[in-house]
Design a protein around this ligand. Structure first.
Ligand code: ARG
Length: 442
C-alpha cells in the first residue's frame, strides 16, 4: 500500500494551482484583517510568508509533497512563519478554496485562449486577403458543387472561431462568481466580507448558495465544452488540409516543418501536424465526457470525486492551446496552388447551377430549368464533352433560350463573382464580410 497516499491525494496534479492558491489566500487574509477576524500584525505575517513562497515557486523551487496543494501551502507557511500561519485557514475550507482556485485558473486560461484565437483569425484574414482571386471548388457531400473563392472558405473558419470566442466569453461570465466564504458547505459564523475578497480577486460577484458553490463544477464542464467545440472546428479544417495536400487534389502546399517524410516511402510528404491536431480532439472530447461523468449523480455538497476534475480540465486546456499555436504557425505557411484549384473547378460540371439559373432568370420555372440542364449534362457525358466544348447549336437542342452569352456563364471566376448576395462568395460580398469580421477583432 505504499502508493496509497498518492492515490487518495491530488497534489501530483493540483500543485499546478499553487500560484493561484496563494493569490486567493492573500486576498482571504486581507479580508480577515479588514473584518477584524485576525490582527493586522498576524495578517501581515501571513501575507509576507505567502509572498515569499510565491517568489520561490516562481524561481523554480518546488513545494514539498502533501495530500493536496492547499495543505502543502499551509504546511509550508507554518514552517516559515510559525503557528500563526494556521490562522490563514479561518472561516474557509478546502472545499470553497479549490472551487475558487479552479475558477481563477479557468478565467486566466479563457483570456489566453481568446488571445490565441484572435491571432489565428488575423492570420486567416490575411491569407484570405492575399488569395482573394483564387478560385476553388466548393463541395457538398465532398462532391464538386460550385466554384467559390478560397477567401470565402478561409473566412468560414474565422466565423466559427468568432463563435468559439463568444462561447468562452459567455462561460467567463458564469465562472466569474466567487465561491470563497462558503466554507465547507454551510457558510461560516465569522463576520466575513465576501464582496471585499471578490473585489480583490477580480470576481464580478459572490455565489448565492454555499451548497451550490462548493459542489458545482458546471463552469468547468462548460469550459471544456467550449474547448471541445474549438477542437472540433480545428478537426474540420485539418481534415481539409489533409485532403488538399493529397496529390489527387494538390490544392495547397505547407512548409516542410509541418509535414514529414515516410521511413520507407521516399516520395511521401505526410501532413502530420494536421493529423495530430485532428487526433488530439479524441483526448479533448474524452476530457469532457470524464468531467460529465465525475459530477453525474453526486449528492450535495462537496464529494471527494470532485478532485478528479483537475486532470481533464488541464489536459483539455494544454492540448487546445498547443493545437491552436501549431495551427497558427502552420496556416501562415499555407500556399494555394491556384492553377490546380482553378483546373479542378473546370471538372465536374460545376457551372450546371449557373446554367439552370440562366434559364430561370428568363422565366423558365427553376424545376424545369434543372431538368433541361440535367439532360444537357447527360449529353455531355455521353459525348465526352465539357460544357465549354458544346456549340450554341448543341445548347439550343435543349432550349432555344440559350444565347451566345451563355459562354460567359461557364467561367469559374465569373460564376463565383456573380454570387453577390449578402454572405455569398463573390469578391464584392467577401470584402464586406472581411470588414464585418475585422470589426469583431477590435
Ligand atoms: N484536493 C481537493 C480537491 O481537489 C480539495 C478539497 C478537499 N476537501 C476535502 N474535504 N477533502 O477537490
Amino acid at each position: 500500500m505504499q502508493d496509497f497516499e498518492q492515490f487518495i491525494g491530488s497534489f501530483s496534479f493540483d500543485n499546478r494551482l499553487s500560484e493561484v492558491d496563494i493569490i486567493a489566500s492573500i486576498a482571504h487574509a486581507k479580508m480577515l484583517v479588514k473584518a477584524n477576524i485576525i490582527s493586522i500584525n498576524d495578517g501581515n505575517k501571513i501575507i509576507s510568508g505567502l509572498n515569499s513562497i510565491l517568489k520561490d515557486l516562481q524561481a523554480g523551487w518546488l513545494l514539498p509533497q502533501e495530500e493536496d496543494v492547499h495543505y502543502a501551502i499551509e504546511r509550508e507557511l507554518i514552517h516559515r512563519i510559525g503557528e500563526v500561519g494556521g490562522k490563514m485557514h479561518t472561516a474557509r475550507s478546502r472545499n470553497d478554496q479549490i472551487a475558487t482556485d479552479l475558477r481563477i485558473y479557468i478565467k486566466q486560461e479563457i483570456d489566453t485562449i481568446k488571445d490565441i484565437i484572435n491571432s489565428f483569425q488575423k492570420v486567416l484574414i490575411k491569407k484570405a486577403e492575399e488569395n482573394i482571386d483564387v478560385v476553388m471548388p466548393g463541395f457538398t457531400h465532398l462532391q464538386p458543387a460550385q466554384p467559390i473563392l478560397a477567401a470565402h472558405h478561409l473566412l468560414a473558419y474565422v466565423w466559427m472561431l468568432d463563435r468559439d470566442k463568444q462561447r468562452l466569453l459567455d462561460c467567463y461570465k458564469r465562472t466569474n462568481i466567487l465561491p470563497l466564504g462558503s466554507a465547507a458547505l454551510a457558510g461560516t459564523s465569522f463576520p466575513i466580507d465576501r464582496s471585499f475578497t471578490a473585489k480583490l480577486l477580480g470576481f464580478d460577484s459572490v455565489s448565492e448558495n454555499s451548497l451550490d458553490a462548493v459542489s458545482d463544477r458546471d463552469f468547468a464542464i462548460e469550459f471544456v465544452y467550449c474547448i471541445s467545440m474549438i477542437s472540433l472546428h480545428l478537426t474540420r479544417f485539418c481534415e481539409e488540409i489533409i485532403l488538399w495536400m493529397n496529390p489527387e487534389f494538390a490544392y495547397i502546399s505547407l512548409d516542410d516543418k509541418f509535414t514529414s517524410g515516410s521511413s520507407i516511402m521516399p516520395q511521401k510528404r505526410n501532413p502530420d501536424c494536421a493529423e495530430v491536431i485532428r487526433g488530439k480532439s479524441g483526448r479533448v472530447f474524452g476530457d469532457l465526457l470524464a468531467l460529465l461523468t465525475i459530477v453525474k449523480s453526486l449528492p450535495l455538497a462537496y464529494n471527494r470525486d470532485l478532485q478528479e476534475d483537475k486532470p481533464p480540465v488541464f489536459d483539455a486546456c494544454d492540448n487546445i492551446k498547443m493545437s491552436l499555436d501549431v495551427m497558427v504557425e502552420m496556416i501562415k505557411t499555407l500556399k494555394f496552388i491556384k492553377e490546380n484549384t482553378l483546373k479542378s473547378t473546370e471538372k465536374g460540371f460545376m457551372a450546371a447551377t449557373e446554367l439552370a439559373d440562366y434559364l430561370a432568370k428568363q422565366g423558365v420555372p427553376f424545376r424545369t430549368a434543372h431538368g433541361i440542364v440535367k439532360d444537357l449534362l447527360f449529353y455531355c457525358q455521353k459525348n465526352h464533352k465539357t460544357l465549354n466544348e458544346l456549340s450554341l447549336e448543341e445548347y439550343n437542342k435543349f432550349s432555344s433560350i440559350f444565347k451566345q452569352d451563355i459562354f460567359g456563364y461557364l467561367d469559374s471566376k465569373n460564376i463565383a463573382n456573380m454570387k453577390t448576395s449578402y454572405g455569398a462568395t463573390s469578391k464584392k460580398s467577401i470584402i464586406l464580410q472581411m470588414k464585418n469580421i475585422k470589426r469583431t477583432l477590435k
